[in-house]
Ligand binder design. Structure first.
Ligand code: ACM
Length: 263
């Protein structure tokens, strides 16, 4: 299958413009799966929770229809980050828009820095969604530093981690190589670029979106600056072979009864 990581620079607060740009970028590539960045519709640095609420969507909102329609017409599954409104609650979420029309949501479990003042942490385990025989897992940005997230997805049978991101620290792109090796799984990290100067802060996003294979090979990596569309042909079967040597299986050799030191 063909997978794409889409790196772009959303304009803060311009949901319609950002949606239009997302549609333009996914239309520029032929792929079975396109992953877009975290909070791609709203931008990242909110002044307040009220401001984030005003730029949020519900997963079924009509605002997402153009992207969902593209998924249905072309057979491309799209994963995109957005601020999810759920009644009075607000989550930093990713929605998976499947060609069938179904919409699956993952709510970021591990909030980063000031996100804790804006969002509630995700309230459900990371889900794995099967689309056309391929098992897609989602995590969002800072979830990377908690190996439990990727491991939970691997134990849930995910072949590919779809990873929308707004990375600002220097470590994730290299760390994802380890996440892939230790779980024998593919990862598509779609990071944003550009900077935001708002809410008394200045953040530069680190780009370098990437597609990584179960053996840790970086199949494609974008530059630190500038929008980019990465596409790779991958063989999903590689993620179903968990053997790291003939005698070692990265999931089967686990000894969970010895890991529970914090309980
Ligand atoms: C992050 O989780 N957006 C760094």
């Amino acid at each position: 299958m063909r997978v794409a990581a889409i790196q772009f620079d959303p304009t803060f607060g311009d949901v319609r413009g950002n949606l239009a740009r997302c549609l333009e970028l996914v239309s520029s590539v032929e792929a079975d799966l396109c992953v877009l960045p975290e909070l791609a519709l709203s931008g990242y640095l909110f002044e307040s929770r009220a401001e984030a609420m005003s730029l949020s969507q519900e997963p079924g909102d009509k605002e997402l229809d153009a992207l969902a329609g593209f998924a249905g017409r072309t057979g491309t599954t799209i994963v995109v980050g957005f601020a999810e409104r759920a009644g009075e609650s607000l989550f930093n979420s990713a929605v998976l828009l499947a060609p069938s029309g179904s919409r699956a949501v993952y709510r970021k479990i591990h909030l980063f820095s000031g996100e804790k003042e804006i969002f509630e942490p995700g309230d459900r385990p990371p889900a794995v969604v099967e689309v056309a025989g391929v098992r897609l897992g989602m995590m969002v940005c800072f979830d990377w530093i908690f190996p439990e997230t990727a491991r939970t997805l691997a134990l849930g049978g995910a072949d590919i981690i779809c990873h929308p991101a707004n990375l600002v620290l220097a470590y994730c792109q290299d760390a994802m190589v380890t996440r892939c090796i230790e779980n024998r799984i593919f990862a598509v990290t779609a990071n944003r670029v550009g900077r935001e100067d708002r809410a008394g802060q200045s953040l530069r996003f680190t780009g370098m979106s990437e597609i990584v294979a179960p053996n840790g090979r970086i199949l494609a990596r974008a530059d630190a600056e500038g929008e980019a569309v990465l596409v790779e042909e991958i063989d999903v079967a590689a993620a179903r072979d968990k053997a790291v040597t003939p005698a070692n299986d990265v999931l089967g050799d686990r000894r969970p009864h010895l890991y529970r030191l914090d309980e």
